[in-house]
Design a protein around this ligand. Sequence first.
Ligand SMILES: *Cc1c(COP(=O)(O)O)cnc(C)c1O
Length: 231
Amino acid sequence: MIAENIASLRARISEAAGRSLRRPEEITLVAVSKTHGPEAVLEAAQAGLTVFGENRVQEARAKAPLVAAPVSWHLIGHLQSNKVRQALGLFERIHSIDKVDLARDVDRIAGELGVKPKVFLEVNVGGEGSKFGFDPGALRVAMPELLALEHLSIEGLMAIPPFVDEPSEARPYFVALRELRDRLAGEFGVQLPELSMGMSGDFEVAIEEGATFVRVGTALFGERQGKAWKP
Ligand SMILES: *Cc1c(COP(=O)(O)O)cnc(C)c1O
């Protein structure tokens, strides 16, 4: 079943890329495996997926060693400062740098460990009180300090737009993230090539608007299994 879901997702990703005159290779499918066990990850890996997204450090740390396949892990959920060291030992990318304080902590610990993690800055595009992420204006103010953190490789922006009923209603938020990226890249003279946006319900619209990473869980693994997977 997972293999069939992957085939259908790949076709939909290709079509969405084609509609915006992009190549499907520009888009990485991050398989969001939170709440699902290592056997589901292994099944997806055997069907060709290599990148898996988790929202909790603890859950990912327990799951990863049980997956006997060469996969890489991305952190897509909020990172607490006391978990940074563990996160840097496991995740190839962190999509969810949502505050200057967290960026400073990641930078300091990356320096101690002698690594340079690839990270995305999370933007609260809907201005929702309940969501993590930089307010767009605050991000602009924080950019000089963030760009000066020498142990961080800031690759782009990430967003989780407000929940909407129709995928097309998410489009303005995806456009806003892309335009913010374009403005910041221009103003600060940096490359911010990556846009992590789009989930099961709206990844095609996100791709049409420039997503380079789509984070898809339910459309791949089915409904989530409770709040978290435990060994
Ligand atoms: C759970 C999660 C997803 C995947 O959501 P689906 O709707 O199941 O595809 C994507 N991004 C983040 C940050 C998530 O926490």
